[in-house]
Design a protein. Structure first.
Ligand code: PRP
Length: 186
């Protein structure tokens, strides 16, 4: 129990560490001598991003974006806009978008279109969690940490009402007195 919530551990601290290390090394080996631009999607990505870049023994450029969605997030009509856009030059550069979780895929598909419009050399996707149950857009993930079918995930950056981001593991929130309908998106 954490306060009034019960959180079931889905992926432990050590398993995360090993997987993040593997992804960091894979990216470093794939991008040898190319200095990728890593763009993290705030806020949820902050821990994954910080751990990932420290596993990459190579020159990298980093930046962040933050997006806001208006209207129902779980329908394709939901509008997404930037509250912080990319600031470093990406034209002609190899870009890797780094996400904590891909759920419906709407955020990422918006981001990929936006970033491609700036004519980078290439765009690849790195995501800690590929969550499948609500996917609407087909997304190809180049570097994936963990695939999880369903559940409301928290911890290691992921929140519920801004809580639980600092948990060192990935857990699923089990509802006690609250209804499932009040917690339907990450
Ligand atoms: C999460 C996550 C992704 C997005 C994925 O962000 O970081 O950006 O949702 O969902 P989608 O695939 O359904 O578009 P969130 O809006 O929860 O903000 P946060 O990162 O600040 O927690």
């Amino acid at each position: 129990m954490l306060g009034e919530y019960h959180i079931r551990e889905e992926v432990g601290k050590e398993e995360i560490r090993q997987r993040v290390q593997r992804i960091g090394r894979d990216i470093a080996s794939d991008y040898r001598d190319r200095e990728p631009v890593l763009i993290g999607v705030l806020n949820g990505v902050f821990l994954f991003f910080a751990d990932l870049v420290r596993e990459m023994a190579m020159p990298v450029t980093i930046d962040f974006v933050r997006v806001a969605s208006y209207g129902p997030h779980n329908v394709s009509s939901g509008r997404i806009t930037f509250t912080k856009d990319v600031e470093v030059p990406i034209k002609g550069k190899p870009v890797i978008i780094v996400e904590d979780i891909i759920d419906t895929g709407l955020t990422l598909s918006f981001l990929v279109d936006h970033i491609k419009a700036r004519e980078p050399e290439s765009v690849k996707i790195c995501a800690l969690i590929n969550k499948l149950e609500r996917r609407e857009k087909k997304i190809t993930i180049d570097y994936c940490g963990f695939t999880i079918e369903e559940g409301f995930l928290v911890g290691y950056g992921l929140d519920y009402n801004e809580q639980f981001r600092n948990l060192p593991y990935i857990g699923s929130l089990e509802m006690g007195h609250q209804s499932e309908e009040s917690v339907n998106e990450n």
